[in-house]
Design a binder for this molecule. Structure first.
Ligand code: FE2
Length: 379
């Protein structure tokens, strides 16, 4: 085949200006937890993650243990401290189990750090190289809201498992995948009047654009409210909605989060599946608890969203929500908090063309959250 075909050559004006922070996608999400061994068992059993890598005493670490789990493109790192005093325990005492690092896969971690810190990001750590027999990885980090960090991971020179220093890990206990594929978006909760500060951070430091914005008229019930803006990078692979509380007659779910997390942090990770009925059936069978909207939600949902490929009855039985935008529809459901504190949870999402975030479901969903808050005495 002859590739020297002038019809394939783009005129120069079609070549876009170079993006100063090209991002390939999410690399991994690291939780600091009280007991990584037991957390790993939970995420394997309940959500179908698989053993992937491990670092701890057996690999020469003295102060921490990390279990790395994988499901399709999603990598979770669960890290606990082995000693009394270190930053993991400080984080744990302050926040409970929660997301510490949102790592992003890049081609050049040094340049990513320089471009972002020169635009005002606070450095979490300078670029450094990790090396073993399988090559090297360069890591750098910048701080975002609360105590949360974005780590840039450059792994093009590495052929080993996860990162240098980790060993490939497997055990005889291997629950099946539940069909979770990749991280669709990662949501941050920030404090009163802080949303625009962080929206500007993603705009100015990371070159993100604002995809959509919701105010308290969109996201309010009789009692509570919040505001949200969704930030995305150039190729759309990374989406970070940012929420802040808004005034209502009772306490916003965002405020409840901030109270228990002791500050801003990651509220939820949305995990994509291409068969939500299968995924949610599996998750329910494995004991995952979901927010429940009233059955009356399904009385008029078809009028709102029109024709969809799925039968309504399994969606109703499983409590899966439906919403439509100009480009298609989406199916979504939210777990109850994954931790003791009412903080981090997962969203399970299947997109059928829709690029939005389920605005039509906000009211039913927030009323469901209020019922949970009521039970916790935090409304
Ligand atoms: Fe979401």
């Amino acid at each position: 085949m002859n590739y020297d075909n002038t019809s394939l050559k783009l005129p120069i004006e079609n070549i876009e200006a170079e993006d100063y922070l090209p991002l390939n996608g999410t690399d991994y999400i690291e939780f600091y937890v009280g007991n990584s061994k037991q957390s790993a068992h939970y995420f394997k059993t309940a959500f179908g993650f698989q053993d992937y890598a491990y670092a701890g005493l057996e690999t020469g670490l003295k102060d921490r243990t990390s279990y790395v789990l994988k499901q399709d493109k999603i990598i979770l790192v669960l890290t606990s401290s082995l000693i009394t005093e270190n930053e993991i325990n400080d984080h744990l005492v302050k926040h409970g189990d929660g997301v510490k690092n949102m790592a992003i896969w890049v081609d050049d971690a040094t340049r990513s750090w320089k471009e972002t810190t020169s635009r005002g990001a606070e450095s979490a750590f300078e670029p450094y190289k990790l090396q073993d027999d399988h090559g090297d990885v360069i890591l750098s980090g910048i701080k975002t809201y609360g105590d949360t960090v974005h780590i840039f991971v450059e792994r093009s020179n590495y052929t080993g498992t996860f990162l240098p220093g980790f060993i490939k890990y497997s055990s005889e206990y291997n629950p099946n995948s539940t069909g979770l594929k990749f991280i669709d978006h990662m949501v941050g909760n920030v404090g009163w009047n802080e949303m625009n500060t962080w929206v500007n951070y993603y705009k100015e430091v990371m070159g993100f654009a604002q995809l959509v914005s919701f105010d308290d008229k969109d996201i309010s019930t009789e009692y509570t409210a919040l505001m949200s803006k969704v930030m995305t990078n150039g190729n759309g692979r990374i989406k970070f909605p940012i929420n802040e509380p808004a005034e209502g007659r009772k306490k916003s779910q965002i405020e409840e989060y901030i109270d228990f997390y002791n500050g801003p942090g990651v509220q939820h990770l949305a995990l994509a599946t291409d068969d939500i009925i299968h995924t949610v059936t599996e998750l329910r069978n494995r004991g995952v608890a979901f927010l429940q909207v009233p059955k009356s939600y399904y009385d008029d949902v078809m009028d709102r969203v029109g024709e969809i490929d799925e039968n309504i009855s399994p969606l109703r039985d499983l409590g899966i929500l439906i919403d439509r935008d100009e480009e298609g529809y989406l199916l979504q459901i939210f777990t109850k908090p994954l931790m003791d504190r009412p903080t981090v949870f997962f969203e399970i999402i299947q997109r059928k063309g829709a690029k939005s975030f389920g605005k039509g479901n906000f009211k039913a969903l927030f009323e469901a959250i209020e019922r949970e808050q009521e039970n916790r005495g935090t409304l």
